[in-house]
Design a protein around this ligand. Structure first.
Ligand SMILES: [Fe+2]
Length: 265
């Protein structure tokens, strides 16, 4: 059995005054959410094998934010796998945070980890930063990875959502626009897929489609709404920041959602 944490969209900033105008005034600085996250992780009664961060590690693609993130995440003892989000720079994140041991920054990657395979896709390569496309080369590479794995469940991770949800804002403005091509591959290999883990939409969602489960965990900072007819990003102050704990078993996955203690400015 493999147990890991799925975290996302921490938007760490070195600027103590960071507070974009579209973010509700009642929300505190994003680094406060990460501090609460670390406190909760230290008290979890589970043996955590690794932590998967599905992107938007930092607020802005600038060196000082990655130095700040490296410092802030230092107390974590578990291996940390970081994917780039649309707010990140893969190059800076690699230069500053990747140490090849405790912290690994992943683009398109396939790692064998104890009891599972982690296959990640960098969903920031082509097109709109919020609603990109995966390249033909990435999709071919992904197909080869799925084909090659015969021992153990596969954990798939991207920053952006791959699957349609019925929420227009997510489907049209926040999703990998050619995600159907990846979904077809996942469907073919569904018996091997433990789950597809993503972030970007800043909310806790689970989608079941063709025998594959797609899971988004909330941001540790600011969360967003999702309902039929929603055409633009809308804050959801009723959703606390949080993360998911995932236990992979031989015949499936158990996911437990954790909410962070309420954040006051
Ligand atoms: Fe984000």
């Amino acid at each position: 059995m493999t147990t890991f944490l799925h975290i996302s969209d921490s938007h760490i900033s070195a600027d103590p005054a960071y507070h974009p105008p579209e973010i509700p005034a009642s929300l505190p600085h994003p680094n406060r959410g990460v501090e609460r996250l670390l406190e909760m992780i230290s008290r979890l009664p589970y043996e955590i094998e690794f932590i998967l961060h599905t992107g938007d590690v930092c607020a802005d693609p600038q060196a000082e934010d990655y130095h700040c993130a490296r410092e802030l995440l230092t107390p974590l003892s578990q291996p940390l796998y970081l994917l780039p989000g649309n707010h990140d720079s893969l190059r800076l994140m690699r230069d500053i945070m990747h140490d090849g041991e405790r912290t690994q920054v992943l683009g398109d990657a396939h790692l064998q980890l104890g009891g599972c395979h982690l296959v990640t896709l960098d969903s920031n390569e082509e097109g709109d930063v919020h609603a990109p496309n995966l390249s033909d080369e990435q999709i071919d590479w992904f197909a080869e990875q799925l084909e090659s794995i015969h021992d153990g469940p596969i954990v798939v991770a991207t920053h952006h959502a791959l699957i349609e949800t019925g929420v227009p804002w997510i489907d049209e403005q926040m999703r990998v626009q050619n995600g159907q091509r990846v979904q077809r591959l996942l469907r073919q290999h569904r018996d091997k897929i433990a789950g597809v883990f993503h972030g970007h939409i800043h909310q806790s969602t689970t989608t079941f489609s063709d025998g594959v489960t797609y899971i988004c965990c909330p941001s540790t900072w600011s969360n967003l709404a999702g309902y039929p007819g929603l055409g633009a990003a809308e804050p959801d102050l009723n959703t606390q920041g949080g993360f998911n704990l995932v236990m992979l078993r031989e015949n499936g996955a158990f996911v437990r959602r954790y909410s962070l203690p309420s954040l006051s400015p």
